[in-house]
Design a protein around this ligand. Structure first.
Ligand code: CDV
Length: 307
């Protein structure tokens, strides 16, 4: 499978949807020219990472949310996908007809049909105003926890699962999808370099990003493709390092810059099958009777009574 990750450089507050969508179309065309059949775009790809700004919900909806997908602004991307016969994953802020708000991604097939939707489950940040922080992280104010679970869809005989940004740090995310026979897990992210909650060394943001993608690809025998929006958005820095990781845990393609950049790989889905038939033959080796705490407890508690 020809796979591309389309990393985005910054999207500033002043950038219009038309300008942003043109960048996406340009990268889709480049990916197709390099043999890609599927392109992964970032989380909240159509706008700046607006949860960094304090504002009322109504203002955020007016400026940053999509009422439908596709819509007139995004239609050129769908048209190009159909013309080039390239599928894609795209993250955006969704408002439903009932007024519910989600951090969402769609899976679009090579005929430009939306065949899958994911709404972010692990929302980081806070909902209150933190006037002393250098910026906000208001995902818990602007979005509800996703209500669709972690799904897997078959597209051109490949089982594709979706998640978004902070989801990638949680092992349950990948396991729930690998138990549905996912072969490729795709995700977009916006990861600020600075942690406003504690004095985390800046380089850990990139190190932990790499570790979770590599370990999760290996432990679940899946390919993982992660697309970031990065660089300085109106002065606020986010990490780059978009990448494609093999089921061996090895990084097979990685972005070099903090700007719009297409990386590609021809991924061999047989490689995941080999891991799934041997070391990670789930049916043969898993012992779910010993994993009950994972669904019974949310936070850590006391050790279990000894048998
Ligand atoms: N957009 C995100 O979900 N960002 C988180 C940050 C806040 C840690 C991430 O996991 O990258």
């Amino acid at each position: 499978m020809g796979l591309a990750v389309a990393q985005m450089g910054p999207v500033n507050l002043a950038d219009t949807r038309a300008v942003v969508v043109k960048r996406l179309v340009d990268m889709l065309r480049e990916a197709a020219a390099r043999g890609a059949e599927f392109v992964v775009f970032p989380e909240l790809a159509l706008t700046t990472f607006f949860p960094r700004y304090w504002m009322e919900e109504a203002e955020a909806v007016e400026r940053f949310f999509e009422k439908s997908m596709p819509n007139d602004d995004v239609q050129p991307l769908f048209d190009a996908a159909r013309e080039l016969s390239v599928g894609f994953y795209l993250g955006y802020a969704e408002i439903t007809p009932e007024g519910r708000r989600f951090n969402t991604a769609v899976l679009v097939d090579r005929q430009a049909r939306v065949i899958g939707k994911y709404r972010k489950i692990h929302l980081p940040g806070h909902s209150d105003h933190k006037p002393d922080a250098p910026f906000q992280h208001l995902e818990k104010k602007f979005f509800e926890v996703g209500d669709l679970g972690f799904g897997v869809w078959e597209m051109d005989e490949t089982n594709i699962g979706m998640c978004l940004c902070n989801d990638r740090r949680w092992p349950e995310t990948y396991r729930v999808m690998s138990l549905q026979s996912a072969e490729l897990i795709v995700l977009g992210y916006n990861t600020p370099s600075h942690n406003i909650h504690w004095n985390e060394p800046v380089h850990w943001r990139t190190t932990t990003h790499e570790i979770v993608l590599q370990a999760s690809a290996y432990q679940n025998a899946v390919w993982v493709a992660a697309a970031g929006k990065c660089g300085y958005e109106d002065g606020y820095h986010m990490i780059g390092s978009s990448m494609i990781v093999a089921p061996s845990g090895e990084i097979v393609a990685r972005a070099s810059y903090e700007e719009d950049e297409v990386i590609t790989a021809n991924i061999d889905l047989e490689l995941g099958r080999s891991f799934r038939e041997h070391v990670f033959n789930f049916a043969k080796h898993r012992s779910p009777q010993h994993y009950k705490l994972i669904v019974e407890r949310t936070g850590a508690g006391d050790p279990l009574p000894k048998p």
